[in-house]
Design a protein around this ligand. Structure first.
Ligand code: NI
Length: 182
C-alpha cells in the first residue's frame, strides 16, 4: 500500500502498450491495484491506469462518484468527498461504441494542469474483469464512458492530448518538459 510516483508526459513508458493481466492475481498485481487506488485518491484524480505508475499491465482504477474540490469536472457540481465508488478494470475491452459523440473537457494526472475538450463516442459497452477475476459486461454513458475511454487509452499508450492538433500538442509537450523536468 503506497502512493507511487505518477509518470509525466513525455515519459516514454506512457507510450507502451500494456500487457494483459493473468488470473489468479499474484500478490504483486494485487499490490499494484492497491497502489493505483492510493495514488489516485492522493493525487487527487478520478482515474489512473497502471502505465501511469510505470507498470505495464492492463489495469485501471476509477472513482467517478468521489470528487474532491479539485477534481470536480463540472464547477456547478457539489463536491462529495465522503462517498467513494472505487472501480477496478482489468483487461478491459470495448465491445461496442456509439456513433453518437460527446465532447467533454479532459485532464490527466500525467499531463498536469492541462485541460482540453475531446470528442469521443458518447456511449460504450465494455467487457472487463474485476479484482476477484469475475467477468463483467456493461454499457456506460456520460462521464463514466469518458473516463473509461480515457483510461483504456493509457493501456494502449495513448494520451488525451493525442486528439488535439499537432500544434497544440507540441505546445503542451514543451510546457511539460519545462515545468516537470525529469
Ligand atoms: Ni489520464
Amino acid at each position: 500500500m503506497a502512493v507511487r510516483e505518477i509518470l509525466i508526459h513525455p515519459d516514454a513508458r506512457l507510450r507502451e502498450v500494456a500487457k494483459p493481466v493473468e488470473f489468479p492475481l499474484s500478490d504483486e498485481v494485487k499490490g499494484v491495484i492497491q497502489d493505483l487506488a492510493d495514488t489516485m485518491y492522493d493525487a487527487p484524480g478520478v482515474g489512473l491506469a497502471a502505465p501511469q505508475i510505470g507498470v505495464s499491465l492492463r489495469i485501471a482504477v476509477t472513482d467517478t462518484v468521489w470528487r474532491s474540490e479539485e477534481v470536480r469536472h463540472n464547477k456547478d457540481e457539489e463536491p462529495c468527498g465522503e462517498i467513494r465508488d472505487l472501480r477496478v478494470w482489468i483487461n478491459p475491452e470495448f465491445l461496442w461504441k456509439s456513433e453518437e459523440t460527446a465532447t467533454w473537457e479532459e485532464g490527466c494526472l500525467s499531463v498536469p494542469e492541462t485541460y482540453a475538450e475531446v470528442t469521443r463516442p458518447a456511449a460504450v459497452r465494455l467487457r472487463w474483469y474485476d479484482a476477484e477475476g469475475m467477468k463483467h459486461e456493461q454499457e456506460f454513458e456520460g462521464f463514466q464512458a469518458v473516463a473509461l475511454q480515457h483510461e483504456f487509452d493509457h493501456l494502449e499508450g495513448r494520451l488525451f492530448i493525442d486528439y488535439l492538433s499537432p500544434l497544440k500538442r507540441n505546445l503542451i509537450t514543451k510546457k511539460m518538459k519545462k515545468r516537470f523536468k525529469s
